[in-house]
Design a binder for this molecule. Structure first.
Ligand code: PLP
Length: 228
């Protein structure tokens, strides 16, 4: 299967899912996660019509931006070490992994203009996962309003690795609730209209629960250099 075919299948699943639940399919954006694959493969995704590319390491991001350029929307989706902020900050369009104040301070300091950020939330509570705890999200976002270069466009989460769809769905539902709590603050610095949730194995559930950015690697571009 080639990337174009994969993308067509994914878009068709998005459309069917949205139709079933009465959502507009245009509000679901696909971020092609190219962390496992070559620049060539990332270009194939763009040729297929993908508008958003996501990387989880600074080296990977920089390597691809240098070759591909600033055409697509670039997303940084991985956990971000504070000392690496300067390498990527004025190259990316979105950061999905804002989860602590020290990171926010560094982003604010280094950014030449407001950066669109998602606050990553560790909804499942797994210790290995990064992210702000759900109880702290609202307070954290209130605090962030002091930093003019941080714009909270939404919340992001990763569901636990499980076959149990109820657990996955519960995780996405919780993120949606937290989004509503943040929106109720009516902060200019945190419109929080977006939900970044759903990957290759669970994006259909994520769309049913309100995802606007789904992050797809394996089932779109594959997961090793060379292909699916
Ligand atoms: C790798 C990764 C993805 C994509 O995962 P797939 O299962 O390959 O679709 C999405 N989000 C994040 C944060 C990732 O690190």
């Amino acid at each position: 299967m080639n990337v174009q075919e994969n993308y067509r299948n994914i878009r068709s699943t998005i459309e069917k899912t949205c139709e079933r639940i009465g959502r507009n399919a245009n509000e679901v954006h696909v971020v092609a996660v190219t962390k496992y694959v070559s620049v060539q493969r990332a270009k194939e995704a763009l040729d297929a019509g993908v508008k958003h590319l996501g990387e989880n390491r600074d080296e990977g991001l920089i390597e691809k931006i240098e070759i591909i350029g600033e055409g697509p929307n670039w997303h940084f989706i991985g956990s971000l070490q504070t000392r690496k902020v300067k390498n990527i900050i004025n190259k990316v369009d979105y950061i999905h992994s804002l989860d602590r104040l020290s990171l926010a301070k560094e982003i604010d300091k280094r950014a030449q203009q407001p950066i669109k950020c998602f606050v990553q939330v560790n909804v499942s509570g797994e210790e290995a996962k990064h992210g702000c705890s759900p109880e702290d999200v609202v307070k954290f976002i209130q605090t962030l309003s002091e930093y003019p270069n941080i714009m909270i466009v939404g919340l992001m989460t990763m569901a636990p690795l499980t076959e149990d769809h109820d657990v996955i769905r519960g995780c996405f539902k919780r993120l949606k609730q937290l989004q509503q709590d943040v929106q109720a603050l009516q902060l200019l610095s945190a419109p929080c209209m977006e939900l970044s949730m759903g990957m290759s194995n669970d994006y259909e559930i994520a769309i049913e629960e309100g995802a606007t950015f789904i992050r797809i690697g394996t089932s779109l571009v594959g997961n090793e250099i060379g292909g699916v």
